[in-house]
Design a protein around this ligand. Structure first.
Ligand SMILES: [Fe+2]
Length: 482
């Protein structure tokens, strides 16, 4: 009897263990952190990435609703997990695909993306700086992005202007995934590297997203790349490149912008040359203004979208830091996150002439959250919330609308509108060479890049900084922050 009981116990234990195996295996192979990003030709290609706890096969199953396809890719170890990458090629333009990723047996939930149809229309959602470190704040950011996508369900893609997380740890990327996983599976993303997206471990950003990095000047702490959508050419900069931008990346930008036949030219980057936020006073952000100015002018760039300083600001058109109605508009996109910056008034007329500002909204109570042209302390409670932007291009018209999603009520309020117009068909490409940057060219340029930044800092920046130092100190005494 005793023996029978023992045998039954062992049998029961074995059965329980066997029953658990499929669940354990499924959990270990379950894909997470799935993203679908622009990669090369947006009419025919997408770059997919996901992670698993254990190494396994890398398979995508996808369908256009008529035919079913599979594609395989590669996996590699990354920070305690395994990262899987697949480049989907030969897609049909203007087609919605449904896909799932996995090892061929265990699959993710389904996601979707739609390829560019090749006409001259495009629309996209832009947000920046969620930069959260806990699930609650990631969910607040996700609410802003979800609100944007509910308002604009036909957006072709979403641009995240960087600082996805605060410290770029496994835990934070998991919170990001938990809050934004459904969004990420169902949009095409154009990610921009922020300074928080590789802290400590330099190639987090390149690992997280399957981008076309063939033209990147270097792949540490961010990448630069470009793509077309509709009649817009986008150059995505990595402003973590030697404190902000190297001579090699400036050269890449010039060649890249000169090689497109698109009528509209847009730069996406993280750090902002024009801002009234706390980071606007440092040489890295301000160097961008002098370094990019001549290239944006020569290449007729229409719009620069950036983040980093967590407030909203739009300039009038500028050429080489001078007002010019044919110049480039700079938009600091506001933050979709919960960390928000007040205005530093001492920057006005030192680094940021007042009459350059077309619109400025601070999303934070207390210091003044609305600039009405004269008064920085005019408070508007409705501006306290997360910001997103929507941009649409239809032929010769580009329209920007920017919105705050109220923290208190979730109501959406338009805070800025802009329309640019241009005659189409005037842009002629002038560069058709190889725009890749060999490592030795980048290496040789490091000295020149640091010298350029140092020269700017020690001649132009330091003079202005010393001039505004008394105002900066008074501001610090009053508010307790720089
Ligand atoms: Fe930043």
């Amino acid at each position: 009897m005793k023996m029978t009981k023992k045998v039954l116990s062992i049998l029961l234990a074995v059965l329980l263990f066997a029953a658990c195996i499929p669940f354990a295996a499924a959990a270990e192979n379950d894909p997470f952190r799935i993203s679908c990003v622009v990669n090369g030709n947006t009419e025919t290609q997408r770059g997919l990435t996901w992670f698993t706890n254990v190494d396994c096969a890398t398979v995508v199953s996808y369908t256009d609703g008529v035919n079913e396809y599979t594609a395989e890719g590669t996996s590699s170890a990354w920070e305690g997990n395994f990262v899987h990458k697949v480049l989907l090629k030969n897609l049909t333009p203007g087609t919605t695909y449904t896909y799932k990723v996995g090892n061929g047996t265990v699959w993710s939930e389904e996601g979707t993306f739609t390829t560019d149809n090749g006409d001259d229309k495009a629309e996209f959602v832009v947000f920046a700086d969620i930069q959260a470190s806990n699930l609650e704040n990631f969910e607040k950011g996700a609410n802003v992005v979800n609100t944007a996508l509910e308002m604009y369900p036909d957006a072709d893609f979403v641009a995240n202007l960087g600082d996805f997380t605060d410290d770029s740890t496994n835990e934070e990327w998991d919170f990001y995934d938990e809050a934004m996983g459904k969004i990420n599976r169902n949009v095409t993303l154009a990610p921009v590297a922020g300074n928080h997206d590789g802290l400590g471990v330099w190639d987090w950003f390149e690992t997280m997203f399957n981008l076309d990095t063939s033209d990147s000047v270097q792949n540490l702490n961010g990448v630069n790349y470009s793509f077309d959508y509709g009649n817009i050419h986008f150059a995505v900069l990595n402003t973590n490149d030697l404190l902000s931008i190297s001579t090699a990346q400036l050269s890449w930008l010039k060649n890249d912008m000169n090689s497109t036949a698109c009528d509209w030219k847009v730069v996406l980057m993280h750090k902002s040359p024009y801002s009234l936020g706390k980071d606007a006073k440092w040489p890295d952000a301000l160097y961008l203004k002098s370094a990019l100015g001549p290239i944006l002018d020569e290449c007729n760039v229409d719009l620069v979208l950036s983040g980093h300083d967590h407030q909203y600001l739009r300039t009038k058109p500028l050429t080489n830091d001078e007002l010019d109605e044919d110049g480039t508009v700079f938009v600091l996109a506001g933050t979709a996150g919960a960390k928000r910056y007040e205005i530093r008034e001492f920057l006005v007329d030192n680094f940021m002439p007042l009459d350059y500002i077309e619109a400025c909204v601070v999303q934070k109570d207390g210091y003044g959250n609305y600039f009405n042209g004269t008064d920085f302390n005019s408070v508007d409670e409705a501006n306290i919330g997360g910001v997103f932007n929507h941009i649409s291009v239809d032929g010769g018209n580009l329209t920007l609308n920017s919105y705050v999603v109220s923290d208190a009520t979730n109501e959406v309020k338009c805070i800025d509108t802009m329309t640019l117009t241009k005659e189409q068909g005037l842009n002629v490409p002038t560069y058709d060479g190889n725009n890749s940057t060999p490592d030795y060219i980048y290496g040789m340029g490091i000295g020149v890049s640091f010298a350029s930044l140092a020269l700017y800092t020690l001649t132009e920046w330091i003079v202005i900084f010393i001039k505004m130092l008394p105002e900066l100190l008074i501001s610090y005494i009053k508010t307790g922050t720089f």
